[in-house]
Design a protein around this ligand. Structure first.
Ligand code: FMN
Length: 148
């Protein structure tokens, strides 16, 4: 079973979360893959697809949105999936992970976890204290959802 942790990242924070998640998916053939390098043709039924994006203007980045809009209905049938975003701790921060989750579900994926936010201290980061540990724990929860 392969696991693709596909991410976009301007300043490295979403990348750090993606790499932590990939590193904690023990027993899976897992890799963190920049969205520019991801070939959705590599996905097979039974694989895990995790998509992560910074929130940019209340939504996922244009590159992540483009990836998601390229998934036809049922293209993700049989694929297990989950999403996360990185964001500021603000009164109104918008959302990316829920929107990504909705798009993955629309593509036919089997959603195995609630959308997960990770918090940065400023636009360029760093991730707030504890967020990398939270990413590791989230990866372990994904494994549990997969029955591993
Ligand atoms: C153009 C732009 C728009 C942003 N809009 C939001 C936003 O709507 N809500 C939010 O919480 N953070 C927003 N941010 C902050 C990003 O969430 C933050 O830069 C990101 O989490 C850093 O991740 P990265 O290092 O992977 O790029 C914005 C950042 C940029 C550069």
């Amino acid at each position: 079973m392969k696991a693709f942790i596909v991410y976009d990242s301007a300043f490295g924070n979403t990348k750090a979360v993606a790499e932590t998640v990939a590193g904690q998916l023990e027993g899976l053939d897992a890799a963190a893959v920049p969205v520019d390098d991801f070939d959705s043709g590599a996905l097979a039924a039974g694989d895990l697809l995790v998509v992560g994006s910074p929130i940019n203007g209340w939504r996922p980045t244009p590159k992540v949105t483009e990836l998601l809009s390229g998934f036809g209905q049922d293209q993700l049938k049989g694929v297990k999936a989950a999403a996360f975003d990185t964001r500021l701790r603000m009164f109104i921060h918008g959302d990316a992970a829920k929107k990504i989750t909705r798009a993955l579900r629309a593509g036919g994926a089997d959603i195995i976890a609630e959308p997960m936010p990770f918090y940065v201290g400023g636009t360029k980061g760093p991730l707030r204290t504890g967020e990398i540990d939270k990413a590791g724990n989230w990866a372990k929860a994904l494994l549990t959802s997969l029955g591993r």
